[in-house]
Structure formats: structure tokens, C-alpha cells
Design a binder for this molecule. Sequence first.
Ligand code: PMP
Ligand code: GLN
Length: 393
Amino acid sequence: RTPVTPRHPPSIFETMTRLARQHGAVNLGQGFPDADGPEWIRSLAAEAILTGRADGVEHANQYAPGRGDPALHRAVADHQRRHYGMKVDPDREVLVTTGATEGIAAALLALVQPGDEVLAFEPYYDSYAAVATLAGARFVTVPLTAPDFQPDLEALESAITGHTRILLLNTPHNPTGAVIPPAVLSQMVAVCARHDVLILSDEVYEHLVYEGRHHPVASVPGGWERTLTVSSAGKSFSLTGWKVGWLTGPADLVESVYSVKQFLTYSSGPAYQAAIARALPDGDGFLAAQRDRYRSARDTLVAGLRSAGLDPVVPAAGYFTVADLAALGVDDAQAAAAVLAERAGVVGIPVGALCGPAEHPGGPAPFGSWMRWAFCKSPDVLTEAVARLQGLG
Ligand code: PMP
Ligand code: GLN
């Protein structure tokens, strides 16, 4: 038969994690914490699995309701009220998804028709371009620029055409850690309203903000009616493997996403959902402590990278710091990533891999000399990584 080639190459995260294993390198590439989330949350899931029962869940080991555990709907709605003063109907305006990844995929597949355009700022989280393409859309990017990485609204508006359906926004931003202030979000909503563009807002790093605070785009005037907001317990509670995510927004948009989600996964693990339904109302103490730990981890890594001759961006939020390797005379971070894994024993993610060559036909993708490093790691791991990078110089 005709051989089949993969539709997408392996993701950069998988590639770099494999490289780290191969060379026994410190893995500051893929963003996952090296300390699991609180034991009391993990115990709730374990107990639910062992007994088959949990608050609000009839069968903790059998299919959950397709829209998710109603207790988690209530917890998400209450979370939006408590943290952002938003009024969300738990029955009609919340959908549980298998991680934020499924929320993003189901939303694009539900709301985008072949030939539509999906807009995003670049660099961007890798699934955005892949899923836009699966939906048959054209993926169009608007560049962010160092050092503040704030969206250029004029550039955004000029990138909008009669085919633009959705703006895929990410605040706090992966990989740069930029947080978009409410005044800019309001202007962005006005731009989208002028052109009847929907917003899909990926806010998975909402609880990892070290300077200032997070503002959901759906909370600014005019934002709610055109926005679907995606978040996830993975980052907030250091449980990335659980893949418990959710999406909030106006009932018609949520229902449309559900109509697709039911044919992607149908439902996701009820024991994990039940545990997160308790973590959201009761976990604020953990979130605050984690934020303090990561702020200090950020400062350790930034100081270490500076002492290795780099000028890293001090991120306001998130798991990562980015730096231009041109300061060390390196102009190709993709090539350098492999060399650093082998010679220095430290793995990062080349930022150029989070920019699409397809969006820059004939020219180099931006940020080709930039590298991203994760700091959601213990102080010992970060100190070891920095010592290895210094040793290289
Ligand atoms: N969006 C962004 C910006 C991310 O960094 C990630 C990585 N975790 C995701 C979405 C995916 O989240 P989840 O693991 O909940 O699917
Ligand atoms: N979100 C994490 C990152 O940006 C990892 C995601 C993944 O491995 N797909 O590194």
C-alpha cells in the first residue's frame, strides 16, 4: 500500500525531553513541575478510584457526564466569581475538557470553517497552529517583540480580514511570561468587536503571576459575549498529567464546543475531576505558596543565566524565561539546543520552534536565536543547570 507519513512531526516538547533522557541532561525544556501537587488533592483522587465514589460523582471509575462533573462546573463558576468578580452559570456556561489542549482543539474545530483564518500572536503554543490546520483554517500570526512582548494592536487590526473568525490569545503568555493589562485587553476586545471576531483565550498560567495580577479577557467590558476562556488544573495545582481542563463562555459558544468535544474524548476521568472540584475552592493557600516558590525559582534561574553571559527576560508570569543566545555568538538556537544537551547537559526549548515557518514563507522564522528555559523546578535542579551552562563558557 502507499506509505503514510505523519501529519505532524513530533512536538518540540517530546523531541527535547527525549534528547534530555538520551544525554542525562537537566530538562528545563518541557514545562512540567518536578514536585507533584498537594498530597490532599492526590488523596482525594486516589480514594475516589479505590472506592468508586466521590462527592458529586456517581461512578468514579466509569464514564463521567460528557459535559463534566456538575460539582466541578460549580467550582469553576465559583472560582471565576471569587478571583475575577465574574458571573458564570455553572449549568450552561462551563464545559470540562481533557486538559486545556482538548478545550482549544474542540473550540477551534467547533467554531472555525475551512477557509476561515485563525489569528494568534507569535511566538505561540505549538498546538494552536496544528489544530487550526486540522480545522482547515489558515493560521495567521502577528509578531510580538522583545523585551515587553505586548501585543501591537495596530498590527493586529491590519492582520484581520473578512475571513478572520477567531483571535487565539494567551495571557499569561507561553513562552515569554508577558501578562496583558486590562486596558490593552479592552482595546483588543474593541478591535475584535469591530470585525465580529471571536476570542479564544488560553489562560492556563492564570495563577502563576509574580508581578501584578491576571485579568481574564472575558472580564473586561464587551469581553464576555465574544470570548471562550480555557484553563486547566495542570499548571495551577502542579498536576499536569491529570489533564483536567475547562472552558467558560456564553452558553451558545460552550454548547457548540461540547457538540465537538463529545466526539473527541466524550468525557474525562471522573476521579480527577472530583478531586479538582475540591481543590479549586480549598486550594488558594497552595496557589499562594506555589507562586512564592516559583517567583524565587525564576529569580534563581534569571540570575544564573546572567552569570553565564545571557540577558534573559524577567517574566511577569508563567513557567519560563527566554533569552537571546546571540549574546553568546549563537544565531541558531535549534542547532544550539542539541549541542547544549550533549555538551553542557542542559535542555531548553528553541523559541523558533514556537514560531511557524509556514507563516514566513521564504524568510527566516523570528526568534531563531532565542531559547526558552523552564524554572518550575527545585532550587537544586536550577543551580545544577546553571553550573553546567557556566562550565560551558
Ligand atoms: N496552553 C498553554 C499556553 C500551555 O503552555 C499548555 C501546556 N500545558 C497548554 C495550553 C496545555 O494544557 P493542558 O496540559 O491542560 O492540556
Ligand atoms: N505546556 C508545556 C510547555 O509549554 C508542555 C506541553 C507539552 O508537552 N505538550 O512546555
